[in-house]
Design a protein around this ligand. Structure first.
Ligand SMILES: [Zn+2]
Length: 115
C-alpha cells in the first residue's frame, strides 16, 4: 500500500542508486584506461578536492613530453581544476602557457602530478 509520496521517495532512491552505479562505472572505466590515477587532484582555487569520479582524461597523444592531462571538478567550490603528468620541464612549460592564456593566476588551476 504505497501512497504517492512513498513511491516518489522510492523513485528518488532508485535514481540515486543508478547515479552511484554510473559514477562507479565511470571510475572503473577510467581506471582500466589509465591505471595509477590519483584518487583526487587538488583544487588550485580553494585547496579542496576534485575526486576521481569527476575526472576527464584529455588526449595528449600529439603532445610530446606530456603523458596525461586530467581535468576534474572541485567538490568544494565547483570550479574546474587540471593536473598534468609527464616530463617535468614540459609540464612546467604547459602550466605557464596555460595560466597565461587564462589571464594569469586564478580562473583555473593546474598542478603537476606524477603517475
Ligand atoms: Zn575548489
Amino acid at each position: 500500500m504505497a501512497t504517492k509520496k512513498g513511491s516518489d521517495k522510492r523513485k528518488k532512491k532508485l535514481l540515486a542508486k543508478k547515479k552511484m552505479a554510473l559514477t562507479k562505472a565511470h571510475q572503473q572505466n577510467l581506471e582500466s584506461k589509465t591505471p595509477g590515477l590519483p584518487d583526487y587532484i587538488t583544487c588550485n582555487e580553494c585547496g579542496g578536492m576534485a575526486p576521481k569520479s569527476t575526472f576527464e582524461i584529455l588526449d595528449t597523444k600529439k603532445t610530446e613530453g606530456l603523458d596525461l592531462v586530467i581535468t576534474g571538478t572541485c567538490q568544494d567550490c565547483g570550479l574546474a581544476t587540471m593536473a598534468m603528468s609527464g616530463d617535468p620541464d614540459v609540464v612546467a612549460l604547459y602550466i605557464d602557457a596555460f595560466q597565461e592564456e587564462m589571464g594569469g593566476k586564478g580562473k583555473m588551476g593546474v598542478e603537476s602530478i606524477k603517475i
